[in-house]
Design a protein around this ligand. Sequence first.
Ligand code: SAH
Length: 258
Amino acid sequence: MLDKLRIVLIGTSHPGNIGGTARAMHNMGLADLALVAPRCEVYGSESHARASGADALVSSARVHASLEEAVSDCTFVVGASARVRHLPWPMLTPRALGERLPRECTPENARAALVFGREDSGMTNGELQRCHAHVHIPTNPDFSSLNLAAAVQVLAYECRLAALGADDAPDMPFGVEWDNPPATHDDLERFFEHLERTLIDIDFHDPDNPRQLMARLRRLFMRSHIDSMEMNILRGILGAVNKQRRASSRQEYHDGNG
Ligand code: SAH
């Protein structure tokens, strides 16, 4: 299970936090570190010094231009945030996250990601809305924000505890053996793009006055944990809508010119 868990750091500005994260991960038996648009030197002496022995994780960390790219193959993405957001998102405690991981990691193609924000400004709402769930470490409400590597340490520890306690028998995502593998993050993002284009096309969605429509639809679909067959059906429905639209606009054109 731990080999299917990726730690993703967005826009990190202190190399010490990259090294500290590598050390925390290695201590807890994690090895997959991804960095999204880091704002500091990644492979330099400071990150290596703070990694103190977990240098290999720093050296093998992959750098990505965007969060989408870093989690494109993931089937379960959780964003860590110190702040409660205006549009509530499914929320997990660190313990509940650990308990859920074994079953999220059971399918063949499963890959989970824990995403962390910038030291100065955390994660944007848009980034959090690309996650299936949020996890909040219950800190002192008057001083809620942990150091980045410390937050990684706390959550990695919970995941390790859960992995150690997990039964050898695979846990089933919905209590039974499911018939299709879960959709990947990349599938979901392409679906959301297609859905948004279609909703604009049929005049349901006005991008100049979005009123959180896409955020709410994202929340709905992320919550239902779509599998790859369901994803194909949804894409097929959108494709049929697009086809009808094109056919009726061709008809209107012919009628108008006929
Ligand atoms: N000043 C930022 C916090 C940055 S701390 C803000 O207001 O959002 C850097 C990152 O560590 C956060 O983006 C988050 O991913 C993680 N983190 C820090 N404290 C946390 C907490 N209490 N619960 C969950 N994640 C936390």
